[in-house]
Design a protein around this ligand. Structure first.
Ligand code: ADP
Length: 162
């Protein structure tokens, strides 16, 4: 069984994340999306909300599951019985941080490898932060996130259900 974990904040999950999840699900028998509960940060969405949104938009992919986790990614990956961490790479700006994290993880857990999937061109600019910013101005979110996520953003940031 070739299992991979895709860890992240997913606050909220964007079409860029979904693209990585779909592509990873083709390469691995099982993909576990790990949603980080970080007590040092205040996310817009609770960890339960983030988990539920990802579950809902990946319900058509049978080999993908979603779990919340706390602490180090490598410990979570081990507890899942997985050997691989998936991360997405957008631009040079992602690279330095991702390289440092992958190398640190490799020192802590030489049995676990990080694999990077390069973003699809149409999602290269997309981040949870910019999506939240656009959402706060009430703009259309259809190109950035799935409808259920757009609805949750409108409810959270604008207090409206439309
Ligand atoms: P983190 O806080 O762990 O960086 P994110 O939710 O921002 O969590 O991102 C999780 C992973 O998904 C990271 O590897 C990030 O580079 C990647 N990612 C984010 N947005 C995109 C995108 N548009 N295309 C491809 N990968 C992405």
């Amino acid at each position: 069984m070739h299992k991979a974990v895709y860890p992240g904040s997913f606050d909220p999950v964007t079409n860029g994340h979904l693209d990585i999840i779909r592509r990873a699900s083709i390469q691995f028998d099982e993909v576990i999306v790990g949603v980080l509960h970080n007590s040092q940060k205040t996310p817009l969405f609770s960890v339960e909300e983030r988990v539920n949104m990802i579950k809902s938009i990946t319900s058509d992919i049978p080999n993908v599951s979603v779990q919340a986790f706390e602490g180090l990614s490598v410990n979570f990956v081990r507890s899942c019985g997985a050997q691989v961490i998936i991360r997405g790479l957008r631009a040079i700006t992602d690279f330095e941080y991702e390289l440092q994290m992958a190398q640190t993880n490799r020192v802590m857990a030489p049995d676990i490898d990080t694999m990077f999937l390069i973003t699809s061109l149409e999602y290269a600019y997309l981040s949870s932060t910019t999506v939240k910013e656009v959402a706060s101005f009430g703009e259309d979110l259809d190109k950035f996130v799935q409808p259920i996520v757009a609805k949750a953003l409108r409810r959270k940031l604008l207090g409206n259900e439309l």
